[in-house]
Write a protein that binds this ligand. Structure first.
Ligand code: ADP
Length: 504
């Protein structure tokens, strides 16, 4: 076995840690079986740390999507083993899935790192355990989903109650940045509510979804309840969105694709929930604990190479605290090196693809043209694998493209502001509204600002935390619908009102 290596910025990917996982060629998972695409077509999934092909993956066409939808429909129908399963047994099956994720955590972490380029530290400490926790959290729900009895306003002799019923076949389309975690956010609540699923992982990162499919069989999830179609967005994904047999589409990804999905879903009036991009403001007031704020700001933007929809990519710093905050941020950012994703000490991995790396680097050039100053980083590392230096742009104004457009990479745009009013106004001056962070020691100010920020999540004196019990989703162009917590139970059920006339 070759020596492992903590790569420095110049020698990355010269010799990477050998992987223990050897993923098989990926097939589609339809009706409880792994099958080839009807066309026989495949595509390659690559390791972003080396650019090398990991394995071939089946490419689902419209007909394969149709077969998956039919399998999911059959499993949803009255009389199927899934419909006959009691809430208590559904609960146990979800818990079993969580246990299986934990038992296979090493393999899943390695697959996730191979496919995404994210550090194994993150896969093994965050992505995979959090996916297991999500199934544990939703394992508690099947036995607690209930309607209500309602006194109708006209009074009289009528009994009215509601039932919460599963929606049916849910099409779930997920991105490449947190593959198994995004799967868990969608699959766990949908199953808890009794739905069946056709899932499409991102074409860049299908490996953990396929391994998870095997685990559903071990967990006793009946055939057809969970199906995986691998393939590209405009073909496989679009075939799902237009398929009349799918009742709901849950999507996480880019704004442009979100709009496209809404337009197409209108054709069959599917339910749609969208978790789209962000350009989250991280607003640092001069009265904050500036050292802690600077430390957390780095995690807010550089965790997962900045490939996060919640990334705190616009760092607003109040003038009076600017120098103190920036000296900590600069010196810490300077010390961050990207490295071999499979090395346990690495904290910054590779970007997902060469195309994406070039897109991110282009934003650095755009920032320079707009008059921003590259204080830290700004360049690619080496030529093998898709590594980039953590980058801090200073002298940014909120009108620049680097402050308004989602970069989805390790690039922080730092913007000065004068006072609380300007801070709030500029933080809200964005098409997005996914998340925001506020740093201050003044409790009154913190809550007042939190109230006035237009975002689905506001963190006070912290950043980037999520929890399975806490609703998550966006305002404005960041989408609609809330995932996680009780909110996801609403997202995956229909409400039926039942009237009983007590006079007759
Ligand atoms: P990103 O820019 O992060 O890759 P995308 O929005 O392009 O985000 O992709 C997120 C997910 O949406 C992926 O699974 C991708 O294959 C899928 N997708 C892309 N285009 C479409 C489309 N037109 N219809 C349905 N799904 C799509």
């Amino acid at each position: 076995m070759a020596e492992t290596l903590t790569a420095t910025s110049e020698d990355i990917a010269v010799e990477l840690t050998p992987s223990k996982a050897s993923p098989k060629p990926g097939k589609l998972f339809i009706g409880g079986e792994f099958v080839d695409a009807l066309s026989g077509k495949t595509f390659e999934t690559r390791n972003p740390a080396t650019g090398a092909v990991i394995t071939d993956i089946a490419e689902a066409g419209t007909e394969d999507v149709e077969l998956a939808v039919r399998a999911a429909r059959k499993a949803f129908e009255d009389g199927s083993p899934w419909r006959k399963m009691s809430p208590r047994d559904r609960s146990r099956a979800l818990w079993k899935l969580a246990e299986l994720i934990r038992q296979n955590a090493d393999e899943l972490s390695e697959l996730e790192t191979l496919d995404t380029g994210k550090p194994i530290f993150e896969s093994s400490k965050f992505d995979i355990p959090q996916a297991a926790e999500c199934f544990e959290y939703y394992a508690g729900w099947p036995t607690k989903i209930a309607g209500e009895t309602i006194a109708n306003t006209a009074g009289g002799e009528a009994l009215v109650y509601t039932l919460r019923e599963p929606i049916g076949v849910c099409g779930q389309i997920i991105p490449w940045n947190f593959p198994l975690q995004m799967l868990s956010w969608k699959v766990a609540p949908a199953l808890a509510c009794g739905n069946t699923i056709v899932l499409k992982p991102a074409e860049q990162t299908p490996l953990t979804a396929l391994r998870f499919a095997e685990l559903t069989l071990e967990a006793g999830i009946p055939a057809g309840v969970f199906n995986v179609v691998t393939g590209f967005g405009p073909t496989t994904g679009a075939a799902m969105v237009s398929n009349p047999g799918i009742d709901k589409i849950a999507f996480t990804g880019s704004v442009e694709v979100g709009k496209e999905i809404m337009r197409t879903a209108a054709g069959t009036l599917k339910r749609v929930s969208l978790e789209l991009g962000g350009k989250s403001p991280n607003v640092v007031f001069a009265d904050a604990d500036l050292e802690t704020a600077a430390k957390y700001a780095l995690g807010g933007i550089f965790f997962n190479q900045g490939e996060m929809c919640t990334a705190g990519s616009r760092i607003f710093v109040e003038e009076a605290g600017y120098d103190a905050f920036m000296s900590v941020l600069r010196s810490r950012a300077q010390k961050m090196v990207a490295g071999d994703p499979l090395h346990p000490k690495t904290r910054l991995g590779a970007l997902i693809s060469e195309e994406h790396l070039n897109r991110v680097l282009n934003y650095v050039a755009v920032g320079k043209e707009e008059g921003a100053n590259v204080a830290i980083g700004g360049t690619r590392i080496g030529s093998k694998g898709y590594f980039m230096k953590p980058t801090v742009l200073e002298g940014v104004t909120n009108q620049m493209r680097v402050a308004q457009e989602e970069i989805f990479g390790p690039v922080a745009s730092v913007i000065k502001f004068k006072d609380i009013e300007e801070g709030i106004r500029e933080a809200n001056n964005s098409q997005f509204g996914l998340a925001a962070a506020i740093w201050t020691r003044d409790v009154k100010k913190a809550h007042n600002v939190a109230k006035r920020i237009k975002a689905g999540t506001v963190w006070i004196n912290t950043i980037s935390t999520t929890d399975n019990a806490v609703p998550f989703g966006g305002y404005k162009a960041s989408g609609f619908g809330r995932e996680l917590g009780r909110a996801a139970i609403d997202l995956y059920t229909e409400t039926k009102s039942v009237w009983v006339d007590l006079n007759q």
